[in-house]
Design a protein around this ligand. Structure first.
Ligand SMILES: [Zn+2]
Length: 207
């Protein structure tokens, strides 16, 4: 594990050799569904506010009263509520997401399947730059740039979307190798998670 304060490597549960603080035995990371919901709900509110404001300052548009008596109301409601519905979907999808890191290994609980990998069994750690649409969350990942600690490296924010980190393990019962994909935008505090992984298995290989 790593000391959260001075980033010195030390076994979990023991005092850090750098600063004396007890190093945690396990670190838990949650999914970011709530943040997508918050950002997209905000976008819905901004759209609603802009459309009302646009009418007030004379950009035209129908009065609210007239809107309610025509079919346009459905188009308007669909436009304003789409971000909110997308946010709700991702909140549901990422609700169960959880990653736990210990000195022994990494475990993931996820709607896409649970997995556990002991560090001793890790056969590869790779980094791939993928277009956003090929990531698990697709283009919605883009919104994670608004999250605190959303990116691995805030200075390289143009680079990170779509970056995927892949841990490979031994074949499971079906003969398929265990693959754990870590994607920015799905997990809370990705930078710290990757630092803990690198402390155990070294830096990722670039694909
Ligand atoms: Zn320390």
């Amino acid at each position: 594990m790593l000391c959260p304060d001075c980033k010195t490597a030390a076994p979990g549960g023991r005092p850090c050799p750098g600063c004396g603080q007890t190093v945690p035995e396990r670190e838990t990371f949650a999914g970011q569904g709530g943040r997508y919901l918050l950002v997209l709900c905000g976008l819905s509110l901004v759209l609603a506010a802009l459309s009302l404001l646009g009418r007030e300052i004379g950009f035209g548009g129908m009065s609210v009263q007239r809107l309610f008596t025509t079919r346009w109301i459905w188009i308007y409601v669909a436009l304003v509520s789409t971000p909110l519905l997308v946010g709700l979907y991702f909140w549901l999808a990422l609700r169960e997401e959880e990653i736990v890191v210990t000195d022994e290994g990494i475990g993931r609980r996820s709607r896409w399947g649970d997995a556990h990998l002991a560090w001793a069994n890790v056969r590869g750690f790779r980094h791939q730059s993928l277009p956003l649409r090929q990531t698990r969350l697709g283009r919605v990942t883009w919104f994670s740039r608004f999250f605190p600690k959303g990116g691995r490296d805030p200075e390289q924010i143009l680079y990170w979307p779509g970056s995927t980190y892949i841990l490979e393990g031994p074949p499971d019962g079906d003969g398929q190798p265990i693959v754990m994909r870590l994607e920015p935008g799905t997990i809370d505090d990705m930078a710290w998670l990757l630092a803990l992984v690198e402390e155990r298995v070294g830096p990722p290989q670039e694909d």
